[in-house]
Design a protein around this ligand. Structure first.
Ligand SMILES: Cc1cc2nc3c(=O)[nH]c(=O)nc-3n(C[C@H](O)[C@H](O)[C@H](O)COP(=O)(O)OP(=O)(O)OC[C@H]3O[C@@H](n4cnc5c(N)ncnc54)[C@H](O)[C@@H]3O)c2cc1C
Length: 276
């Protein structure tokens, strides 16, 4: 049970959602956006989140789009992980998001909710980072289009929300790999999760679970593509040059994460180079 009262709205247009936010915020209320609601409800039940007003974005058509438009795949922020995977429109994303949670939870969890989660994992970000995807946001001032990686480190302006992701079609049929290791089974928070693809003969790769945020690094990609080095030399060099602090937590120690990462990097180079 959620131990406090709040108001719930389900607007049908972007403008209505923005106006609602502004009107309620001006009354001094704490307003939050909501897509699948699984995290909002869990955090509210556990006392980690309070709110006066919830604005559910699932009624907005733009947030539910899942279609190819010209040279881009457009993914609405309220599209569920299962709908994205079942569409088969973006195989790397499908394989990555299928492993986020169990099938029942993935029927509720949305792409936007995962990308803006307060948890460190945000695995739906990985296939978007390696395809140079763009994030479309609606805000109090205007619509904005940003590189998706800006969602990793920067909060959206107050009153703004994510409406869509746009992925260049040029990348989504390239050879790819999605690998994830958890503590106990295929499903679970990642010790290491990665998404990789080959574009113009080079490996692109992004990681979750390694540090407190998902990331893609040009330094790491440069090392992994140094074909004058052996696979094991590249992996060792990449681990030595990681641009992040490796996590050490209840799931795995820093040493075990680095060991897992080196195993997965070896597999990635071997399998993707075989596809060249
Ligand atoms: C069983 C289970 C296992 C899980 N395992 C993993 C895992 O292995 N890897 C992983 O990455 N995640 C995992 N998660 C976490 C899950 O992906 C996140 O909690 C995600 O936020 C839930 O999505 P949602 O659509 O329900 O989000 P919501 O509860 O709707 O929202 C989450 C947050 O995002 C904000 N938000 C939502 N939509 C928008 C929007 N369009 N614009 C702006 N802000 C928005 C909300 O305000 C809130 O702060 C797991 C969750 C469950 C239930």
């Amino acid at each position: 049970m959620i131990p406090f009262n709040f108001e719930y709205f389900r607007p049908e247009t972007i403008e209505e959602a923005l106006d609602l936010y502004e009107a309620e915020w001006k009354l001094g209320k704490k307003v939050i956006f909501y897509s699948g609601g699984t995290e909002v409800i869990t955090f509210a039940r556990g006392g980690k989140l309070t709110m006066d007003v919830v604005i559910d974005l699932k009624g907005i058509p733009e947030c539910n789009t899942l279609a190819v438009e010209e040279d881009q795949l457009v993914i609405g922020s309220a599209v569920t992980l299962n709908d994205l995977a079942d569409s088969d429109l973006f195989p790397l994303a499908g394989e990555t998001v299928k492993k986020i949670a169990d099938h029942t939870s993935n029927n509720k969890i949305t792409v936007g909710g995962n990308l803006l989660s307060r948890l460190p994992y945000r695995e739906a970000m990985l296939p978007l980072l390696v395809t140079d995807a763009l994030a479309v946001t609606a805000g109090p001032k205007e619509k904005d289009i940003l590189p998706v990686e800006s969602l990793v480190k920067t909060d959206l302006p107050a009153g703004g929300f994510l409406t869509q992701i746009k992925v260049p079609l040029a990348y989504i049929q390239e050879p790819y790999l999605s690998l994830k290791r958890t503590r106990t089974s295929v499903i679970g928070y990642p010790i290491v999760s990665l998404a990789a693809l080959v574009a113009t003969g080079r490996i692109r790769i992004a990681f979750s679970g390694v540090s407190n945020l998902p990331f893609r690094s040009s330094v790491i990609e440069g090392i992994l593509n140094e074909s004058s080095l052996s696979v094991s030399e590249r992996v060792q060099k990449a681990i030595a040059k990681l641009p992040v602090q490796v996590m050490d937590d209840f799931l795995a120690s820093e040493e075990y994460r680095e060991y897992t990462l080196s195993t997965l990097l070896t597999e990635t180079i071997q399998r993707l180079e075989a596809s060249l």
